[in-house]
Write a protein that binds this ligand. Structure first.
Ligand SMILES: [Zn+2]
Length: 279
């Protein structure tokens, strides 16, 4: 499936007048395996973001609104901005039909339709874009412009803090450093390690808009990767990522929050940001 091509649509790049960060978590089974060793510790992470006073957006697998309703309830009860992720992470990505099913399951559970979406591996395809518009979604936060899986290389998406597509869908791109096309999110920071990040902080700093994403599998140590289909390289990277950490990487998350706060970033749930920017 083709990634969204900006030449097929009207892309309006927009600039924010201040630094803004959104914090998000993709709520999915561990590496899409169906295992939940990491996922089952979601409440610990919710305690951490509450202690740090950070608004959180959760992109939840569509099928969870059908079969893991207690987890969805926990997120809503804890005041999380709950939005829609792909329907089933064990599949390569949503088709239009799966996106419709996920949106319907969300609506049934939440009592209103979802406003925001994040595609599997940040892959916003033309088919998904058209379906988001058809279903009246207000925003998407999938666009990855850094060197990472799901990267969309079109130059039209390189400028601007966020985008309005065809005058109707806001797109908030994934966080990245300025100048260098490296993602600024939890797993990439863990791979970068503190000494290299210190250099990046001094030399570049993050872009004005940051969507900082995490997964439970990069937050708590777990063995679920053993049953996931992954290349030897990605297993090696995973080992390297965890090499300087104990049972969790909460300290690193805390450090990212403190860093952005020190730089004066305004922290907002993604849906609140969309509402504020909508005339
Ligand atoms: Zn995901």
């Amino acid at each position: 499936m083709e990634l969204l091509d900006p030449r097929d649509i009207d892309v309006e790049p927009r600039t924010l007048d201040e630094r803004v960060a959104t914090f998000s978590i993709d709520i999915e089974t561990d590496y899409g395996t169906g295992r939940t060793e990491a996922l089952s510790q979601t409440d610990r992470f919710l305690d951490l973001v509450a202690a740090l006073d950070v608004p959180l957006t959760a992109f939840v697998e569509g099928q969870f609104f059908e079969n893991r309703r207690e987890l969805c309830r926990l997120l809503l009860d804890r005041g999380v901005d709950v939005q829609l992720h792909c329907f089933d992470h064990s599949l390569p990505g949503d088709t239009a039909e799966m996106l419709r099913r996920g949106a319907a399951a969300y609506s049934d559970f939440c009592g209103h339709p979802p406003r925001g979406y994040r595609a599997h591996t940040y892959r916003l395809t033309t088919e998904l874009y058209e379906t988001l518009v058809e279903l009246d979604f207000r925003w998407d936060s999938s666009l990855m412009t850094a060197l990472a899986r799901g990267r969309n290389t079109h130059p039209e998406f390189q400028e601007g803090d966020y985008f309005v597509l065809d005058g109707c869908l806001m797109v908030f791109p994934m966080g990245r450093w300025r100048v260098v096309p490296i993602a600024f999110n939890h797993s990439y920071r863990l791979l970068l390690k503190s000494p290299a990040e210190a250099i990046f902080r001094t030399a570049f700093g993050p872009r004005r808009f940051v969507a900082y994403n995490v997964h439970m599998t990069d937050l708590v140590r777990n063995d679920s990767l053993a049953s996931a289909e992954r290349s030897p390289v990605s297993r090696l990277l995973h080992k390297y990522l965890w090499s300087t950490h104990g049972s969790d990487t909460f300290g690193s998350f805390r450090s990212a929050v403190k860093y952005l706060r020190r730089l004066g970033y305004r922290f907002e749930a993604t849906d609140d940001l969309c509402r504020r920017l909508t005339p």
